[in-house]
Design a protein around this ligand. Structure first.
Ligand code: FAD
Length: 451
């Protein structure tokens, strides 16, 4: 049974954000900066809901020596507002590390450090977010034949609450993918769980790990497990011949530019597909060249010393998994000659990627009012607003899940600062500033206190 949370009764927010990862933290900051500039009636009232109990960005993969795949200048704000007080440089200054970072001469901070930056930035706008609150449904509220606003049902430790908004911004991120027919278990992990689970192995002297996949996360898992468990063999399984390096050369990197979003959005479908084929290797199934070199050097050193602990089963596929309480048995089949290798291991790590969740999965009957293209994909306008039937007067904006319309930056950090600026402009351009207080309050409401 739903109940309306105290203080929220009657209020129709200008915007509700679902998820509070980097995308929606950046959104909250853009709104905060806009409100500080605009003040009064042009201010936007936004509320965000995050299911995690506190801010967390891929915590399971915060391997201590892993670095960002994106320049620190592509932080939450700089490309939109280089003078922002929410930048990575301001964070460094607040931590007393600005000069040390500069001396480091490196554009790519540790992932742990960027996580700390995200946390710092999120804390500055934490009056707009409710942690430990999972959005579980959305329903339309119809008035005079049109959908005037949306009811968002949120589950927390206190039960279900209903909140209302005229616009949604969905920033719920990606979901871990596992191969078909394989179930996760005590000894079968997705790499997203690595750090949450690995400590439990301490003191158990594991003898073998199997890591499936050939992307950045897979290579990081191989290197990490090899380093952390000096008595264990680590077997890497993948269908490629070897790890392929990420193309981070300057011209190719322009595929992440804000202007590339315009080009991609405008291009016909065939050109879109070609661009993804050409430049997918800037991001997908590729590994930093330094890490590739480290792993190769390590493998060769062990060969020389006769202490081989790194094994690469290339041109191979995982074809079977059997978990028992003590072990997991992975069957690996060579794609060259079909030969099967049985690997009994302590843990099998599936570093088999992430995929988009259906961005409209939470929307219930509202999703029926969202239009799809001939291939069943959500239609999205340039301003990241879902194309809907005209009777839906609310904006549904997507941060993520727009790779088919906006290109490769859809789920990445590269364009986040610019994207949230564009969404903010869209909210304002589409007339929020002219909405009367009355229109922002449902009939039985108590006012617009949060504005
Ligand atoms: C290990 C790893 C490293 C990466 N490194 C980089 C990098 O260096 N550079 C780069 O550009 N990209 C990188 N990425 C890509 C990654 O997608 C982005 O970094 C970033 O996480 C996107 O932010 P987001 O806010 O859109 O999604 P997320 O960070 O996934 O955040 C989504 C949030 O929504 C919450 N949520 C989901 N459903 C609900 C719900 N129903 N109710 C409430 N809350 C909900 C989740 O709990 C989560 O906190 C990396 C990804 C991984 C997995």
């Amino acid at each position: 049974m739903s109940r309306v949370l105290p203080g929220d009764a009657g209020l129709v927010h200008d915007l509700i954000g679902i998820g509070f990862g980097p995308s929606n933290v950046a959104m909250a900051i853009a709104i905060r900066e806009h409100n500080a500039r605009a003040g009064g009636r042009q201010a936007l009232d936004a509320r965000f809901f995050e299911q995690q109990p506190r801010f967390g960005w891929h915590r399971g993969m915060l391997i201590d020596d892993a670095t960002m795949q994106v320049s620190f200048l592509k932080d939450l704000v700089t490309l939109r507002n280089p003078a922002s007080e929410y930048s990575f440089l301001c964070y460094l200054q607040s931590k007393g590390r600005l000069i040390d970072f500069i001396n480091h001469k490196n554009l790519f901070p540790l992932r742990v450090e960027f996580h700390d930056y995200f946390e710092w930035a999120a804390a500055k706008v934490d009056d707009t977010v409710s942690y430990g609150h999972e959005v579980v449904g959305v329903a339309p509220v119809v008035r005079d034949g049109v959908v005037d606003h949306l009811e968002v049902t949120v589950r927390s430790g206190e039960g279900l609450g209903v909140h209302r908004a005229r616009n949604l911004v969905i920033g719920t991120g990606l979901r871990p993918l596992v191969p078909e027919g394989v179930e996760r278990g005590d000894r079968v992990w997705h790499n997203s769980e690595l750090l949450a689970r690995v400590d439990a192995l301490e003191g158990t002297s594991p003898s073998r790990f199997v890591v499936v996949g050939a992307g950045q996360s897979a290579a990081e898992n191989v290197a990490y497990l090899h380093r952390r468990f000096p008595g264990a063999e680590v077997c890497a399984v993948f269908s490629r011949y070897g790890y392929s390096p990420a193309d981070d050369s300057a011209f190719a990197n322009r595929i992440f530019d804000p202007a590339a979003v315009d080009d991609y959005f405008t291009a016909p479908g065939t050109v879109k597909r070609r661009l993804m084929d050409y430049h997918g290797n800037t991001n997908y199934s590729v590994v930093d060249i330094d890490l590739i070199d480290d792993l190769y050097r390590q493998m060769y050193r062990e060969k020389v010393l006769g202490t081989e602990r790194l094994r690469f089963l290339n041109v191979s596929r995982l074809t079977g998994v059997k978990e028992t309480p003590d072990r997991v048995r992975a069957t690996v089949t060579s794609l060259v000659d079909g030969e099967e290798t049985l690997l009994d291991a302590d843990v099998l790590v599936l570093a088999t990627g992430y995929g988009p969740a259906d961005p409209l999965g939470l929307l219930g009957e509202v999703a029926d009012r969202c239009l799809r293209d001939a291939e069943g994909r959500v239609r999205v306008e340039r301003d990241y607003r879902v194309v809907t039937d005209p009777d839906l007067r609310c904006g549904i904006y997507l941060q993520g899940g727009t790779e088919h319309t906006h290109g490769i930056t859809s789920s990445l950090l590269s364009n986040t600062a610019v994207r949230v600026g564009e969404i903010l402009d869209s909210l304002l351009d589409r007339g929020l500033e002219s909405a009367s207080d009355e229109a922002r309050t449902v009939a039985d409401g108590t006012g617009t206190g949060a504005r």
